[in-house]
Design a protein around this ligand. Structure first.
Ligand code: ATP
Ligand code: AMO
Length: 452
């Protein structure tokens, strides 16, 4: 029943209380087989955790040994009491310590890392004075580790700081390979090297999580070489992407979606009455029906509702556009909402990076979000185990060499995480009940249109 406390919130006033924190193994100072100091890092904050053999705290010698052999940069959950140290602690950002009761390894980093945070953080003066450092190429090759330094955390927090604890990122749009595994990419020549336009910020937003940014978002262009004409596909659209570390369950991501969108819809309804009226005059539509607490249904429940209405759909396949619309109508009838989340999709119809359900790998920790029966969002928990990720990529026919650096990111310690992608033009189109995505794109790009 414990909830996680942020390391930066550990202050003197909390002395005596039991806390649970999640962070990386920064360093370990060995004292004896019965005692050691584990420094845990969360973003730029460091706290000293004292591990002492103790009957009272149920800490055995084996437990001390277990903590000692943890690889640095691994993720750990630490349970312990906040204590005021006798002498002031040096080399940490927090002035209190944690007397450890339990340590769990959430995700282990490789024992030997290609780059260490302290080497990446070395000042130029120190390097000139002969201390070990890392050159620029090494730092850029292993950027997900390099970005964990306090300096880089600072640079990118300044660049993208927001009040809600999400950092805005800008990921590259020129990539060496596809990011969604699909075939619909625009290929181009990158100074003699084959390249393509990003189909999504997927791989880089996940790498930003591996680089300790914890919660990131991006608003940017997404390129898909769609080969057919529909009312809701563009070749270039604006993607709103979110990625975040999670503690226990992909419902943490759905909680965010489920609260964020009703908030946005309410704000639009309050602040844009004149605009909505102007739109409605030319293209009449009914205001969107949505609930204050967003409805969630599992994919299996959706299939069941369709079945009861006489529509057969494959429980391990995808829904086609027509079936999605039909389900939208059934949901409206039964729950009086045109905005809802459908989750626990069959694994076979989700991208390779999607986390399978722990209780049944035929299903996945994933979701889509619908407005008026049409998809506006896809999201999921991601696989953060590099072996499983490689296996799933291969199964989807992806050349794993082209995403090697992405897969390797999960070898340097990665937290459980997930996120989602929103199509901006689709949200506006469907909120306003418009029938074509070209109406909500400033200068639409579709398979036949490259101008104006
Ligand atoms: P996304 O591509 O982001 O997942 P989507 O709405 O295209 O969004 P899909 O799962 O790819 O979702 O497709 C859902 C259905 O939409 C498909 O089963 C198909 O009926 C239809 N569809 C998807 N892409 C196209 C396309 N390019 N042309 C025509 N129909 C399409
Ligand atoms: P997906 O491919 O479902 O997921 O895309 C996310 C959302 O983007 C919108 N969208 C489009 N809009 C206009 N034209 C298109 N051709 C088009 N394709 C997609 C939709 C869709 O819901 N990386 C994942 C997201 C994630 O899991 O974080 C992804 O790209 O609104």
């Amino acid at each position: 029943g414990n909830e996680w406390t942020d390391v930066r919130e550990l202050v003197e006033a909390m002395a005596g209380t039991e806390v649970l924190i999640r962070g990386r193994v920064h360093t370990y100072r060995h004292v004896s087989s019965k005692k050691g100091f584990l420094i845990v890092r969360q973003k730029g904050c460091l706290v000293q955790c004292v591990v002492t053999e103790s009957k009272e705290n149920h800490v055995s010698v084996n437990m001390v040994k277990f903590v000692k052999q943890l690889n640095s940069e691994s993720f750990v959950d630490v349970i312990g009491y906040v204590v005021l140290p006798k002498d002031p602690v040096t080399g940490t950002t927090q002035q209190v310590e944690i007397q450890v009761r339990k340590v769990y390894c959430v995700n282990s980093a490789l024992q030997q890392l290609p780059l260490y945070v302290e080497d990446a953080a070395r000042s130029e003066a120190d390097i000139q004075a002969g201390k070990p450092g890392a050159n620029q190429d090494t730092r850029l090759n292993f950027r997900v580790i390099d970005l964990r330094t306090a300096t880089n955390q600072g640079i990118f927090s300044i660049q993208g700081w927001t009040q809600i604890g999400f950092i805005e990122i800008h990921s590259p749009k020129l990539l060496a390979g596809s990011s969604e595994g699909g075939s619909a990419v625009f290929r181009l020549d990158y100074k003699g090297q084959p390249a393509c336009l990003a189909q999504s910020p997927q791989l880089h937003k996940q790498m930003a999580i591996c680089a300790d940014f914890e919660r990131v978002f991006e608003v940017g262009a997404v390129y898909r070489a769609e080969d057919s004409f529909t009312h809701r596909h563009l070749c270039e659209f604006i993607g709103l992407d979110v990625e975040m570390a999670i503690h226990k369950h992909y419902s943490e991501i759905m909680d965010l979606v489920g609260e964020l969108f009703p908030f946005i819809f309410n704000k639009i309804n309050e602040n844009c009455q004149k605009e909505l009226e102007a739109i409605r005059k030319q293209y009449p539509f009914q205001p969107l029906k949505f609930l204050p607490k967003t409805l969630r249904l599992t994919f299996a429940e959706g299939i069941q509702m369709l079945k009861e209405a006489g529509v057969e759909a494959d429980p391990l396949g995808d829904l086609n556009t027509e079936t999605e619309r039909k389900l939208g109508l059934l949901v409206l009838e039964k729950y009086n909402t045109e905005f809802y989340i459908l989750h626990r999709y069959p694994s076979a119809v989700r991208p390779f990076y999607t986390m399978p359900c722990a209780d049944d790998p035929n299903y996945s920790n994933s979701f889509d979000v619908f407005i008026r029966g049409e998809e506006i969002i896809s999201g999921a928990q991601r696989v953060h185990d590099p072996e499983l990720l490689t296996e799933q990529a291969k199964r989807f026919g992806i050349d794993v060499e082209t995403i090697k650096m992405y897969i390797d990111s999960f070898r340097y310690g990665a937290p459980p995480h997930g996120g989602f992608g929103v199509g901006l033009e689709r949200v506006v189109m469907l909120f306003c009940g418009l029938n074509n995505i070209r109406k909500t794109s400033l200068f639409p790009r579709d398979p036949l249109r490259l101008a104006p």
